[in-house]
Design a protein around this ligand. Structure first.
Ligand SMILES: Nc1nc2c(ncn2[C@@H]2O[C@H](COP(=O)(O)OP(=O)(O)OP(=O)(O)O)[C@@H](O)[C@H]2O)c(=O)[nH]1
Ligand SMILES: [Mg+2]
Length: 458
């Protein structure tokens, strides 16, 4: 248990209200110094109306300066967010008031909280496991339905439950192997059936592989799916970007080479965020700056998951081959633009493994269809509440290592390795999975890395 009492502003400045959080053993005593009511014996889960006041001179008879009219919520250990005695003061959102209150709380013995310190205390006090603590930060950062759903599911223990299931299976495996060891002196005894062991190991390995693979989807959902809009100059790339994001973001003109640098903006399609990147048009040029812009276009293709290749005339075989090569590993969508003009209406092109859509970026014809094709191309599985998707790089890393350990177990089984050698790798896999939920002692350095990215007050 922490002996220090911490305080911090939990809300962003500029709102009508500001909430200050206090947590630690002295919370209610310290708060009582500046509140018109003594809260030292306040019952848990109660809300108290009163005034925050400043005492001008504590040695003489009370001279109180009112600071604000507030509500104080009182929580008691262990039934609070942090697991400690704590309180939340709802003040008016004035920067002056909030600073004043923090200053007074510190005067009476609070310390300013570090980023994520409330959640770290919740973890250390066993209120949350580590993956749930991380989900708190994801929840606050979630910007769309899908990332919100993943964060909520993780916060509610989705990953933790799944991992504890895997852990049980690994423990069963370990005990079967140990059984084999215990009886290995008795040659006439039937040992644990290795085919059964192999099956169980395969099942666990499969599940870990699936979880690790889900990280790609998790990343896409969390960070937005990058979609590069590329093509020759003047085909209407910037017009399309503006149309998709419903805003005049990029400069549009009939001068070739208008866009020099990449321009990025996002929209949500069916609750998933897509990051559209408008790029400099591809052409031969001696202009040094334009050349750099075109290099960035190629870099944008490399980073993209979906490539929209905009055309307004039939590309040559060489151009098709070049684009197919550059967009390898990504979904290529060939978008024929300007179909509002008669001369552009009959363009047809077919490239293996790519999709074809006809639009007019200028008038909006075909845009809903294009959005649908883009959404399908992202191949985001429709998420059920029970789906476990890994969104955290630390979790992914631990899963990959656990997978390697299990792979060694499998190889060992195939090579008739002895049980004690196998058990060693099994134990390693168990430890690696435990890192995710932090059920084992987590080094301070790791904790520091996790919580430093939280906001103060969380
Ligand atoms: N008729 C018609 N004109 C279009 C359409 N889309 C774009 N344009 C016109 O084509 C010209 C070029 O559009 P931009 O969006 O600037 O083209 P771009 O591909 O971004 O060009 P660069 O930035 O130079 O590579 C502008 O005059 C647009 O108004 C369309 O669907 N129909
Ligand atoms: Mg442009």
């Amino acid at each position: 248990m922490n002996t220090e009492t911490i305080c911090a502003l939990a809300t962003a400045s500029g709102g009508a209200l500001g909430i200050i959080r206090i947590s630690g053993p002295q919370s209610l005593e310290i708060l009582s110094h500046i509140f018109t009511k003594n809260l030292s014996d306040a019952r848990p889960n109660t809300i108290h109306y009163g005034h925050l006041v400043e005492h001008s001179d504590e040695s003489t008879v009370v001279s109180q300066h009112p600071i604000d009219e507030v509500l104080v919520s009182v929580f008691r250990a262990p039934h609070s967010y942090t697991g400690e005695d704590s309180a939340e003061i709802s003040c008016h959102g004035s920067r002056y008031i909030l600073n004043k209150v923090l200053e007074l709380l510190m005067h009476y013995g609070c310390r300013m909280a570090n980023p994520g310190e409330y959640t770290m205390r919740a973890y250390l006090n066993g209120k949350l496991d580590l993956s749930q603590a991380e989900a708190v930060a994801d929840l606050i950062a979630s910007t769309n339905q899908a990332s919100h759903q993943l964060a909520i599911s993780q916060l509610r223990g989705g990953i933790s439950t799944e991992l504890s299931r895997l852990r049980d299976q690994l423990l069963k495996l370990t005990s079967l192997l140990e059984l084999e060891l215990d009886f290995s002196d008795h040659e006439d005894l039937e040992f644990a059936d290795r085919t059964e062991l192999l099956q169980l190991t395969n099942t666990i390995e499969d599940r870990i592989t699936t979880l690790a693979h889900s990280f790609e989807t998790g990343q896409a959902i969390k960070q937005g799916i990058p979609v590069a809009i590329v093509g020759k100059t003047n085909v209407g790339k910037s017009t399309l970007l503006n149309r998709l994001i419903r805003e005049d973001r990029a400069i549009v003109s009939n001068i070739h080479g208008t866009t020099r640098d990449t321009i990025e903006d996002t929209i949500d399609l069916h609750g998933v965020t897509f990051r559209f990147i408008d790029t400099a048009g591809i052409r031969q040029t001696t202009d040094e700056i334009e050349q750099i812009g075109i290099e960035r276009t190629f870099a944008a293709i490399e980073k993209a998951r979906i490539v929209l290749w905009l055309i307004d005339q039939m590309p040559t075989e060489a151009e098709i081959a070049d684009m197919a090569e550059r967009s390898k590993g990504r979904t290529l969508i060939v978008v024929c633009n300007k179909i509002d003009l008669e001369s552009y209406q009959n363009l047809q092109i077919s490239i293996p493994d790519s999709k074809f859509v006809r639009i007019s970026a200028k008038t909006g014809i075909g845009i809903p269809q294009l959005e649908e094709v883009i959404y399908q191309a992202a191949d985001i599985p429709s998420l059920n509440e029970s789906d476990i998707i890994v969104t955290n790089a630390r979790h992914y890393d631990a899963l990959v290592r656990a997978h390697e350990s299990l792979q060694r177990v499998l190889d060992g089984m195939k090579n008739q390795l002895s049980g004690d050698l196998l058990a060693e790798d099994l134990r390693l896999a168990l430890d690696q999975l435990a890192e995710i939920t932090g059920t084992q002692i987590t080094p301070n350095e790791v904790l520091g890395n996790i919580f430093k990215n939280f906001c103060v007050g969380k």
